[in-house]
Design a protein around this ligand. Structure first.
Ligand SMILES: [Fe+2]
Length: 261
């Protein structure tokens, strides 16, 4: 049970981010780091609760939270992630939050991932077995096309997390690489905060390019901690909301989707 002093610490913060019921018309968030101590996301269940309450207030009805998985930084196993979910589900029940939560992961495309893919030991979401993947920041992984193909042949649908954030695609004139990935069947997940200036002007520009091409299959918060809330609030007064409404977003399809093993 949270103490009164805990809530008092956050009362001014919550006043700065007033609830806007149903502002998030996409209703399902598919990218976040809300399981404490598994990665660089939230540090406590108290912080998880603040984030989930705010998402619910904005009209999110379902959260697929996605801890990082990589060999070098976050070698989280499937069972570790699943076990961490129980405490958060208890929290949701205890505080009667009007949303549900399930787990998947954000997989870095390294050799650890390829081993897990071959073993079938991955956490996907939705009927189409969407798999959230990310690539390194300095350069795309060698053989990306082949990895995408192998993901598909194992029965998953690849979803590239935040394609707008990879700098090596920013100078890609006319975006042939991103276009090629889409043609190969890789879906794109845009980060909400990319439209709020969180990662700089070049990322924001690239995010808008994706929107203008109707290349956004999913929007995700990529929320790491409660202080992200004030940044995320900026989206609601932005013209980008109109562009988001015009995307072929799949988020809402997950409300009725049955998760496949
Ligand atoms: Fe992430």
């Amino acid at each position: 049970m949270l103490t009164e002093s805990f809530w008092q610490r956050f009362i001014p913060f919550r006043k700065a981010a007033p609830a806007k019921q149903d502002t998030c018309f996409w209703q399902v968030d598919i990218h976040s780091h809300l399981l404490p101590d598994l990665d660089d996301g939230v540090n406590s269940l108290e912080e998880t609760l603040i984030c989930l309450k705010q998402l619910a207030d904005w009209g999110i009805h379902k959260v697929v939270t996605t801890p990082h998985v990589s060999r070098d930084w976050y070698p989280n196993g499937t069972s570790t992630i699943q076990e961490s979910l129980t405490a958060v589900q208890d929290l949701i029940i205890e505080h009667e939050l009007p949303l549900t939560i399930e787990v998947a992961a954000e997989y870095l495309l390294d050799d650890f991932f390829m081993e897990s893919l071959n073993k079938g030991d991955l956490l996907a979401f939705g009927e189409k077995r969407y798999l959230l993947i990310e690539t390194g920041w300095s350069a795309p992984p060698f053989g990306l096309d082949d990895m995408i193909f192998r993901i598909q042949t194992h029965g998953y649908t690849p979803v590239l997390a935040h394609p707008e954030r990879y700098k090596y695609y920013h100078a890609d004139k006319d975006k042939p690489t991103l276009g090629h990935l889409r043609e190969a069947g890789c879906l794109f997940q845009l980060n909400w905060m990319s439209l709020c200036g969180r990662y700089g002007s070049q990322v924001e520009k690239q995010a808008r390019y994706l929107l203008q091409n109707a290349w956004v299959d999913f929007i995700g918060s990529d929320m790491h901690r409660s202080k992200d809330i004030s940044t995320m609030t900026r989206l609601f007064n932005s013209a980008d909301i109109k562009l988001l409404e015009e995307q072929p977003l799949l988020n809402m399809s997950l409300l009725t989707d049955v998760k496949q093993p």
